[in-house]
Structure formats: C-alpha cells, structure tokens
Design a binder for this molecule. Structure first.
Ligand SMILES: NC(=O)c1ccc[n+]([C@@H]2O[C@H](COP(=O)([O-])OP(=O)(O)OC[C@H]3O[C@@H](n4cnc5c(N)ncnc54)[C@H](OP(=O)(O)O)[C@@H]3O)[C@@H](O)[C@H]2O)c1
Length: 326
C-alpha cells in the first residue's frame, strides 16, 4: 500500500491549523487513479473553507488544496488512463501531498509543452474562467469589463471572452495592464492611475458594458453597477475586499434593471464539462501565451507558510512542490 505525506487542516482556523503527516492510502477502487503530485496549486478558496465560516463547509480534519499536476503511477479497475500520463486537475481534496487518489475523469492530460507548475497554476483558474464565460450569454461584439484582468482567473477569462468575439475591457494595476492586452482585451485600464468608471464610459462612448466580471466584492460593487448598460449583468466570483455587499433591489432597478449573480462551480455539469473546460483553458493559455506567474514555491513541510504567503495576496500563484527542498 502506498504511503504518502499529506498536509491536513486539523480544525477550523488559519494556516497554523495545518499539519503535514504520514498516511497509508487505501487501495484504488473502480475508476480511481494514483498520481504522484509534482506541484500543488493553492487557491483563496482553500483559506475560506479552512476558516470554517465559508458558505461551503467540510468536516475536519481534511487534506488541503484541491489543485495540482503530476504523473499517473497506478490505475484502478475501469480507469481509462495510462500509467505515466502527465495530468492536472482541480476539485481533488488532499492535493497538497506526495500522492493523491483521484477519479480518472477528474484528470486532464497535460500538453507536452506545459510544465507541471503550469498545470497546477492553470487548472483551477481555467475551470473558473471557462465556467464564468459560459455563465452569462454574451454574443460576438458584446462588451465586458473584467476586474483583476491580470490575475490568474482574469487573464484566462479575458482569453475565453476574446475568443468568442467579446470586446473585453480589462482592469489591472500598473504594468500588469500589458498582461491583460496579451490575453486578448481590446482595452486595458490601470486602476491605480485612472478613474475606472470614467475610463470605461469614455471608451464605450457612454454606452457602458453588457457584463462586469468581479472577483473583488464590496470595494468595486458600486462602480461595477454604474458600468452596466440597461439589463446588463454583474457576475461576482470572489470577495478579495472582504465581505460581500448586500443587494438593494431598488438600486438594481435604478441602475437599468440590471442583474447581479454570484458565480460558483455548481453551474458546471459533471466531470465531462470540467475536463472540456480545463482542456480549452490549457489550449488558450498556449495560444495567448499566458504564462502563469509564480510568486512562491514551498516544500510540503512548509505548507502552512505557503498559505500564509498566499493570504498576503502576492501577485501570482503559490505552489507547494512536494519533492522540493529548501
Ligand atoms: N467562485 C469560484 O468558483 C472561484 C474560483 C476560483 C477563484 N475564485 C476567486 O476569484 C478571485 C480571484 O482569484 P485569482 O486566483 O484570479 O486571484 P489573483 O491571481 O490574485 O487575481 C486577482 C486580482 O484582482 C485584483 N484585485 C485585488 N484586490 C483588488 C481590489 N481591491 N480592487 C480591484 N482589483 C483588485 C488584483 O490585480 P490588480 O492589482 O492587477 O488589479 C489581483 O491580482 C479570488 O477571490 C478567488 O477566491 C472564485
């Protein structure tokens, strides 16, 4: 039986509740695959879930991190993946470990020219970006604002929308506007040196936009509503500025009978769609040369430090590399 080292959240709390311990893995059952983890990707949702106060709750203790990339080392009955296949994934708890067991249908083959680090950085963001791009009907020629357009989700979202012919106005800070343009935006706004509302109104000749994609929450909420054309939609998918805003229905009417929705992965139907979206995201990353920016690489024994580092919002992906020592 395979032994692994795994980072576990022992109880609700901050990074201090994470312990790395040995564990004997159960034998593979039908459809399961054993993967040697080469890189685990950390996500803000991990910290929210571990806090114990998020809308979605899991029983403690549990293995942290849901995203990663690695090599298939064994397959159970009916699992149609070969030993040696390079794969990436998201949605598999306990990915911050030396090995992980996953249903084969959650694993997406990693193209040859994408590294394990790229796979562990793109899978979760790609699934979110692809899901967001499908969430609200936007036709060719529609206009959309993407806050955090240079972020991990943001760049892939810009690419998904641009690929569909949507005119994307991406928002980022400072030099990061270049990454937004590279991803396919028709216009990029530096939120540090420009008034975002005025810049969007000027670019659209006061016509505003059909959708705003927002990972920030309270801080950007009022501006986002003001950017929407009548019957446009604000799609929130994160709360980087803290608690989510409360909605005043009257305000939605006054803003042009606009819609507001909170995106979650529940709208994606089944593993088939998950694999399809992640594969598309990997293709778009290659096509638009979206190189994940890695802010930090940590060995497994420093998993708690890796989360502390991510919680300080560095401008890039934080990875745990189980076979990396420092
Ligand atoms: N709902 C879901 O299924 C789902 C899935 C994945 C991620 N998420 C959420 O999506 C969000 C983004 O994730 P990510 O991995 O893309 O993060 P990320 O790479 O850190 O990108 C987010 C970007 O947003 C911008 N930003 C941060 N604070 C801001 C503020 N106060 N005002 C305006 N812009 C701000 C920053 O870029 P600039 O400084 O360049 O503007 C930042 O880099 C997180 O909240 C995460 O929890 C949700």
């Amino acid at each position: 039986m395979t032994q692994r080292q795994v980072a576990m959240a022992m109880r609700p709390g901050g990074p201090e509740v994470i312990e790395v311990n040995p564990e004997t893995m159960s034998p593979l059952t039908a459809g399961e695959v054993l993967v040697q983890v080469k890189a685990a990707g950390l996500n803000h949702i991990d910290s929210l879930v571990r806090s114990g106060t998020y809308a979605v709750q899991f029983p403690f203790p549990y293995g942290v991190a849901v995203e990663g990339a690695g090599i298939v080392t064994a397959v159970g009955p009916d699992a149609t993946l070969s030993v040696g296949t390079r794969v990436c994934w998201t949605g598999v708890f306990g990915s911050c470990a030396t090995y992980v067991t996953a249903p084969y249908h959650m694993l997406v083959p990693l193209p040859e020219d994408l590294s394990f680090e790229a796979g562990a950085s793109l899978a979760h963001a790609g699934l979110t970006a692809g899901g967001l791009a499908r969430h609200w009907p936007l036709e060719k020629g529609a206009r959309a604002v993407v806050w955090g357009g240079a972020g991990a989700v943001g760049r892939l979202l810009v690419a998904f929308l641009a690929e569909r012919g949507v005119d994307v106005i991406g928002i980022a800070s400072g030099d990061r506007v270049h990454a937004v343009r590279t991803a396919g935006a028709v216009h990029a706004i530096d939120r540090c040196s420009t008034d975002v509302k005025e810049a969007v109104l000027a670019f659209t000749n006061n016509e505003k936009v059909h959708a705003v994609f927002d990972p920030v929450g309270s801080e950007t909420f009022q501006t986002s509503l003001q950017l929407l054309a009548p019957r446009g939609c604000l799609i929130n998918y994160g709360q980087l500025s803290g608690e989510l805003p409360t909605i005043d229905l009257k305000q939605l009417m006054l803003a042009g009978s606009v819609f507001v929705t909170k995106y979650g992965p529940g709208g994606i139907k089944g593993a088939g769609e998950i694999r399809e979206i992640i594969s598309q995201a990997l293709e778009l990353a290659q096509k638009y040369d979206i190189q994940p920016k890695i802010s930090g690489r940590f060995p497994l024994r420093k998993a708690a430090d890796a989360y502390r580092f991510m919680d300080a919002l560095p401008p890039g992906k934080v990875l745990v590399l189980p076979y990396f020592e420092s």
